[in-house]
Structures are given as structure tokens and as C-alpha cells.
Design a protein around this ligand. Structure first.
Ligand SMILES: *Cc1c(COP(=O)(O)O)cnc(C)c1O
Length: 485
């Protein structure tokens, strides 16, 4: 399948240049893209001007290269000329003392466990790379770089943990007091040293507003070097492509032993909110990862499935669900997907599916009954999509039945890999984005068993709480920053 219109991505240069989803004439280097996060002039998101393919001989190597080797090979073209190889190697070694695990749960389903990092969610992969890259670009500066981040849960802990003890940088996390789970709160409030949390008497939107106001306050900006660490940063997106490449190669090499399917179509099934994770999958695909396609799986916040079904993109307010890290009504990476592919291309590459809370809870139970695997509510949305697709939903769509897009299920487009599903030659990689113990009570309600608690989560529960109470009021927040940064 071809990808980009030539005028949009035509620069031929040695080091990577980045452009912007809203203005294709913009050119930036990696450092600018990382330190500014989004283009402050256009409001657009940075995107590489090309996605260099890895060598076929590399992709076909058996056994496949290690995760860290793949990480290095994939990161290299994007930082060329700005971060030397030896420094890139240290960044990767330091960022990834853990690796993803690939667990077969039935003959045609592998779970890609992305929760083996310190905060037990996939955001560790992006945040840890970003933290080290920012620190690298900040070396030699005499003033600290101050990161402000508003969080409704997982992002804050991944970012805080990623920057913990990183020299030259400190982090202030804002979270809505009383509106996140006790475990999530413990993960945020127990940081010490260069990372601290403010518990704001307000909602997540209030926290975000305080941060945004600070960024546009020129008096503050003159005094401090401020930066954000949110999910639109290109240095969080690129490293997430590493595990897609790694998983596709591991699974490709395992299929001849596990299921003996010839010419399998490998499909990545991605539980999505802001669609950063899925966009990273597209980067791996462009770079040569042997995927036949993707499933965009969402909860009741089904803006993207609706776009794929109807052709019209309509963002909306988010609604609360059991998979709360995916409660996004205006997915920020839609812009990147739409810059990379036309709607027709998206419809050929993606199936898209949404599940409601009843379906999510049922999926946790069915997955456990059938395979013994305990999946978290985010992974469960993806598992359900895959289970439904291969047990009739895709065949239905191919016969021309189209369901009501207001109801949970598969959208009516027929992706290029649909026939492989019907021929039983499709293999799914279901991305498990969080450890089930982070959502213990939801899992318990579904299967009447508590998932076991990993020691690193257990430990956080007994640490002292250091969160600083904060009024939902910009002047108080600003005074606090002036007194404490
Ligand atoms: C953030 C998050 C997601 C959604 O990822 P996006 O990149 O925003 O699509 C899914 N699952 C978990 C556990 C998360 O923390």
C-alpha cells in the first residue's frame, strides 16, 4: 500500500527533518520537535518527513534481534546528526532495563505485555525515552528545565517515574484531588526529590487549564524554562514503535512452531484513546514490520471508529468507562493518522471496533474462562475486538452486513487482510497496556478473583504521601511556582 503524497514528504537529506501536521512547509530538527512538543505557531504536531525502512535482511533474521538492538536501529535515523550512536546506545540501555513480553494465549492470539516497566503501564516505554532525550538536549544548560504535567492517572506516574533523578530537570504533576483511584494516587503522591505532585481541588480539565495558563504566562516563561511532557511529543511516539517491530518479528518466528499457519497475516489489536500507541504501530509498519494491518479498538469514546465508518471526523466530550485511560473524545493523534494516510487507506489497513462497559467486563471474564489469562480492562477491549472479529464479525462484514455504528461492534469497512481472517490465517497480537492489578476491583468484579500485585506496585502502597494541596485557582498556582521552582 502506498503512503504519502510526494509533495508532503519529499525532502532528501542525511539527517531527519520533521514537519508539521498543519503546515507541510515547516521544517524542524529533532531537538526542536522534542523541546517544543507541538508547534506553538500552527498548533500542529511534529511528524518525521520519512520513515526509513529497516533492511529486509535485518527483518528476516532468525532468531530475531533483541528488543534493545531493535530499539537502537529504529531510533537511529530519527536522531541522526543530533545524538551520536554511543549516546543513543546509553539512552536506550538506561531507558529499558525491562522489555515487553509476548505470551501466547491460544493458537492464533498473542498478548503483548507492555506493563513490565516501573509504573506497570505501556506509557513507561515512551516516557522513559523522552526523559532521557530531553535531559540529553538540556545538558550544558545552567538552568533547570521545569516540566509541568496535568494527569488523570497513568501519564503522570509514567512521566514522574521517567524523570525521577534525571539531572537538570524537575517535574510538577497536577492531578484532580479525589478523582483518581487510590493506587493511582499513591503512584503520584509518593515521589520525592525532583518530582512532586499537586492535588488540585478540581477536575482533570481544571488541572489542564492551570498548566496551559502557565505556559502562556509570559512573566513565568521569562523567569523559568518550562516544558510539557504530554503524549503528543514525538519523542514519546517514536519509542513505542520499537515494541511493535520486536513483537512482529518474535511472533513471525514463532508461528511456524505454534500454529504452523503458512503465510499468516499478523494483525496488531490496539486498545486506544489518544491513538498515540496505534500511530506508533503505523511507524513500525512503515519501517517494515511484517504486519498485515491493525485493529483500532476503543471503548464508548468511539470517535475514530465513527470516522472510519462515516468518513466524518467529529470530536466530542469524553465519557467515563471501565477503561479510563482510553476516555478520550478528541484523540490528539487523529491529526497524525490523517497526515499519513487517506481515509481510503485507513479503511484498507484498519478494522475498527468499539466495546461498551458490559462488553469489556464480559471480555475479562471470557478471556479468563477460555485461556486462563487475566487481562486488564484496556487490554480486554482489544481482546474482545479480536475475539469477535475472528468468530464471525469479519465474515459478516464481508458479506455486506453493516451494523449500527451507534451500537458496539465492528465497523463495516473491509480491510485488505479480511480474507485471511475468514481463511483462518490471521494471527492477532493483542496489546496489553496495563497490569491487571492496577484495576484490581474491575477485574475482581468480572472474574471474582484479585489479580496478583507486582512487588513494585505493592511497595508504593506503603510509601509516605507527599502530595501538596492546591486550590483550583491560577494565582495560587503561580505563587506556588514562583516560590518553589
Ligand atoms: C494511555 C493508555 C491507553 C491509550 O493509549 P493511547 O496512546 O492514548 O491511545 C490505553 N491503555 C492504557 C492502560 C493507558 O494508560
Amino acid at each position: 500500500m502506498h503512503k504519502f503524497s510526494n509533495d508532503f514528504f519529499s525532502m532528501q537529506v542525511n539527517s531527519m527533518t520533521y514537519t508539521d501536521t498543519r503546515d507541510k512547509n515547516i521544517r524542524a530538527n529533532f531537538k526542536t520537535a522534542v523541546l517544543s512538543g507541538m508547534n506553538p505557531v500552527t498548533g500542529g504536531l511534529y511528524i518525521p518527513t520519512s520513515f526509513p525502512k529497516l533492511d529486509a535482511s535485518y527483518i528476516n533474521r532468525t532468531p530475531e534481534p533483541s528488543f534493545r538492538e531493535i530499539a537502537f536501529e529504529m531510533a537511529k535515523p530519527y536522531v541522526e546528526g543530533e545524538i551520536p550512536d554511543t549516546d543513543l546506545e546509553s539512552i536506550i540501555q538506561d531507558a529499558y532495563p525491562f522489555i515487553p513480553q509476548i505470551v501466547p494465549i491460544d493458537k492464533v492470539t498473542y498478548v503483548l505485555e507492555l506493563f513490565h516497566g516501573p509504573t506497570c503501564a505501556f506509557k513507561d516505554f515512551g516516557a522513559r525515552f523522552m526523559a532521557r532525550v530531553m535531559s540529553y538536549f538540556n545538558r550544558g544548560e545552567k538552568d533547570n528545565l521545569h516540566i509541568l504535567v496535568a494527569t488523570s492517572g497513568d501519564t503522570g506516574s509514567a512521566v514522574g517515574s521517567a524523570f525521577l533523578n534525571v539531572p537538570g530537570i524537575d517535574v510538577t504533576i497536577l492531578y484532580p484531588d479525589g478523582k483518581i483511584s487510590p493506587l493511582q494516587e499513591k503512584q503520584l503522591s509518593t515521589f520525592t526529590g525532583n518530582v512532586r505532585a499537586l492535588k488540585v481541588k478540581g477536575t482533570f480539565d481544571d488541572c489542564q487549564k492551570l498548566v496551559k495558563t502557565a505556559f502562556t504566562d509570559s512573566a513565568l516563561r521569562d523567569k523559568f524554562r518550562l516544558s510539557s511532557a504530554n503524549s503528543i511529543n514525538i519523542s514519546r511516539l517514536l519509542p513505542q514503535s520499537f515494541y511493535y517491530m520486536y513483537a512482529s518479528l518474535v511472533v513471525k518466528n514463532r508461528i511456524p512452531h505454534d500454529s504452523k499457519i503458512e503465510d499468516p497475516a499478523i494483525v496488531a489489536v490496539v486498545p486506544s484513546g489518544n491513538f498515540g500507541n496505534l500511530t506508533s504501530g503505523l511507524i513500525a509498519y512503515e519501517m517494515g514490520a511484517p504486519f498485515a494491518g491493525f485493529v483500532a479498538a476503543t471503548n464508548a469514546n468511539h470517535t475514530i471508529p465513527d470516522w472510519i465508518a462515516s468518513g466524518e471526523y467529529r470530536s466530542r466530550p469524553s465519557v467515563a468507562t471501565l477503561s479510563n485511560a482510553m476516555d478520550v473524545g478528541a484523540p490528539s493523534n487523529y491529526e497524525r493518522i490523517a497526515a499519513m494516510y487517506s481515509l481510503e487507506q485507513v479503511r484498507k489497513l484498519f478494522a475498527s471496533y468499539w466495546a461498551d462497559d458490559a462488553g469489556t467486563s464480559e471480555a475479562i471474564r471470557l478471556c479468563n474462562d477460555r485461556t486462563g489469562y487475566i487481562i486488564d480492562p484496556h487490554g480486554a477491549v482489544a481482546w474482545r475486538a479480536w475475539d469477535d472479529i475472528r468468530h464471525g464479525a469479519m465474515a459478516n462484514v464481508m458479506e455486506g452486513h453493516s451494523g449500527d455504528i451507534a451500537k458496539p461492534g465492528l465497523t463495516a469497512n473491509v480491510p485488505q487482510w479480511a480474507q485471511s481472517v475468514v481463511d483462518k490465517k490471521a494471527v492477532g497480537i493483542v496489546l496489553e497496556t496495563a497490569h491487571p492489578a492496577k484495576f484490581g476491583s474491575i477485574v475482581y468484579d468480572a472474574i471474582r478473583r484479585e489479580p496478583s500485585m507486582p512487588p513494585r506496585l505493592e511497595k508504593v502502597l506503603s510509601l509516605p504521601d507527599h502530595a501538596i494541596p492546591m486550590e483550583n485557582d491560577y494565582t495560587s498556582f503561580k505563587d506556588w511556582l514562583l516560590a518553589n521552582l
